[in-house]
Design a protein around this ligand. Structure first.
Ligand SMILES: *Cc1c(COP(=O)(O)O)cnc(C)c1O
Length: 400
């Protein structure tokens, strides 16, 4: 708590703030259930390779989402790579720059150029109008991302795909439990990819899955996940090792049992943040449509530097000084990270909204370990910092 001493503010002395408050702190289900599953796994000595827990996890995910096939994976990055290969994408694939860098890396790793499309500032999702302008003879697909779990404009992207004969897939890493027009994320495009990383809404320690309604694609993905093995001694495809372990499935199944509670907790927290940030000039929380399913896993705040007395970076510095580790997602955008910055030095010219919005957004902590009293203090810090912006700015300057 650096600022604390200089400004005598905020969370000082509150036990909730003794430990840093992280964005994406894992949510954990019932321990006894988890340990029971792990004991069963040890008794069976079946630790990986399509064990009963992985099969159960896959069936439950497919059922929850309402898709025919779920193929569980070791993580979403490998799942994206396998999906991209199974769809035979090559050349160029259009993706948003405003995403976690794994979306772009999954393409570049197999020497497919990610071509960065700008975002729609109202949704933070890929803007279909900018997509069409980026299509070239080398384009083979569009990889949309459901940023903050709010699904992309899937029907417009699918229509562009049909018109230009491009394959459409989605990175749904944020979107487990979220819907668009009542249809759950997971059913759009050729296939979709979930992440079950520890920081995500539903966690299996590390993990991911590809979901699809396409039988042939699902079969191919299953083979590619396990070195291409079609049976003993018979390799039918180029494959990799993308298997989910039984212990991860045990965690995933245990997490699945608490998702209704988690959504309720996240929603309560989200509503508290919205209420407590209301009316602060230049500060707004992004909105979730209450008519859709949402997991409310991301508390996303946008700072308008013209209207707010402190800008995004200043507010994040204040929060860090108070042990609230707010994060600047997805700052500065994939196009400003390597290798893309070097490979495509002029990409920013086509990404004005990504550039603008990425400099204004930060995320706040939520989940099981955050309660409304803590949110009151966090919002109190923001409120007080904004109202004392002159002295806060002076203090920030001294600390750098
Ligand atoms: C977390 C995340 C990934 C990567 O997921 P892992 O399971 O950690 O590999 C990919 N895309 C997006 C948008 C993510 O947020």
């Amino acid at each position: 708590m650096i600022l604390d001493k200089k400004l005598a503010v905020f969370g000082a002395g509150d036990p909730a703030f003794a430990e840093p408050l992280h964005v994406g702190r894992p949510n954990i289900g019932n321990r006894e259930q988890l340990l029971r599953r792990i004991n069963g796994m040890l008794d069976r000595r079946w630790l990986s390779n399509d064990g009963p827990l992985v099969k159960e996890f896959e069936a439950k995910i497919a059922n929850y989402v309402g898709v025919k096939h779920c193929i569980a994976m070791c993580n979403a990055t490998v799942a994206l790579e396998i999906a991209i290969r199974a769809l035979e994408l090559k050349g160029e694939v259009i993706v948003p720059s405003y995403t976690f860098v794994a979306t772009a890396h999954a393409l570049q790793w197999q020497e497919i150029a990610p071509v960065f499309a700008d975002m729609d500032p109202h949704t933070c999702n890929i803007n279909p109008e900018t997509v069409e302008r980026l299509i070239t003879p080398r384009t083979t697909g569009i990889l949309g991302v459901h940023v903050w779990g709010r699904p992309c404009d899937t029907n417009v992207l699918e229509a562009i795909g049909r018109k230009h004969r491009l394959k459409i897939m989605f990175d749904a890493a944020h979107a487990f439990g979220c819907s668009r027009n009542g249809t759950m994320a997971g059913s759009f495009g050729e296939c979709e990819v979930f992440s079950f990383h520890a920081t995500k809404f539903l966690n299996s320690f590390e993990g991911g899955a590809i979901v699809t309604n396409n039988d042939l694609l699902a079969e191919k993905i299953r083979l590619m996940r396990n070195f291409g093995f079609k049976g003993f001694d018979n390799v039918g495809y180029l494959g990799v090792n993308g298997k989910m372990t039984e212990v991860c499935a045990a965690m995933g199944l245990t997490s699945l049992e608490i998702i209704d509670d988690l959504i309720a907790t996240n929603r309560r927290n989200y509503e508290a943040y919205v209420r407590l940030l209301y009316g602060l000039a230049g500060i707004s929380a992004i909105q979730y449509n209450p008519a859709e399913h949402n997991n409310y896993h991301y508390i996303v705040v946008e700072v308008d530097p013209e209207k707010s007395s402190l800008n995004r970076d200043e507010l994040v510095s204040v929060l860090h000084a108070e042990n609230v580790l707010a994060r600047k997602y997805f700052w500065p955008g994939c196009h400003r990270m390597e290798p893309y910055r070097s490979l495509q030095p002029n990409a920013a010219l086509l990404l004005p909204e990504t550039e603008r919005v990425a400099s204004r957004i930060f995320l706040l902590p939520t989940g099981q370990t955050v309660d409304v009293a803590t949110i009151e203090i966090i919002c109190g810090i923001i409120r007080k910092a904004l109202s004392e912006s002159t002295s806060v700015r002076a203090a920030l300057r001294q600390t750098v």
